[in-house]
Ligand binder design. Structure first.
Ligand code: MN
Length: 217
């Protein structure tokens, strides 16, 4: 039996709708600028260029209705509602969830300006609130996707507006990494991203999937 210097960290996991089992999270891959209107609002050309990826650590997930803390070292925390693909056995998509890619937008802007990595902007602690997983095929590939803050709609689009559809995103990710059971892939956010303050109540919805709700602590 392996003896560790200290107890290994527990495996982060997502609840599954209608199933007592949990989905163990291995790592989190995220695609950037996968909706044309969001690429434009970030100052980029939304031409159908190859998707690019960044990552968050597995333990960045915030689950089971827990509330993420407002992170240190930023004055511009942003929300990004996203469809999340969950990879199961054999590298196939096992199910889908609603996630929010929390972003330190000020640190991301500095990183972009200097050509530096995005880790501190994207992969910080509690940066990936995620709802319960719905197993099986995506209920509706053209479903509405929306996010409200304190009841006010901030993002409202449909999955049909994606530049690369979820199947293509998973395929592209698979050319860069050997996808393994437990991998989550955040598939990009539509336009309307904006700031969050402490105490803000966020509701992130995709038709057919379980709604994600949290309040920023
Ligand atoms: Mn994102």
């Amino acid at each position: 039996m392996t003896s560790y210097l200290f107890a290994p960290a527990p495996t982060p996991s997502l609840p599954i709708v209608g199933d007592a089992r949990r989905f163990p999270v291995r790592r989190i891959l995220c695609v950037g600028q996968n909706y044309a209107a969001h690429a434009r609002e970030m100052g980029n050309d939304p031409a159908r260029q190859e998707p690019f990826f960044f990552s968050k650590p597995a333990d960045a997930v915030v689950v089971d209705g827990a509330n993420p803390a407002y992170p240190s070292a930023t004055e511009n925390l942003h929300f990004e509602v996203e469809l999340v693909a969950a990879i199961g056995e054999g590298g196939a998509v096992a199910g889908w969830a609603v996630g929010v890619d929390l972003t330190r937008r000020d640190l991301q802007a500095k990183a972009k300006e200097k050509g530096r990595p995005w880790d501190a902007a994207k992969g910080f602690d509690q940066s990936a609130p995620c709802g319960a997983l719905t197993l099986g095929a995506l209920p509706d590939p053209a479903a509405a996707i929306a996010l409200t803050v304190n009841g006010e709609t901030k993002q409202s689009s449909t999955l049909a507006e994606m530049i690369w559809n979820p199947v293509e995103i998973v395929e592209k990710a698979g050319t860069l990494w050997a996808l393994q059971p437990g991998d989550l892939i955040f598939t990009g956010t539509p336009e309307g991203v904006g700031p969050l303050m402490r105490g803000d109540a966020v509701e992130a919805r995709i038709e057919g999937l379980e709604t994600l709700r949290f309040t920023v602590k």
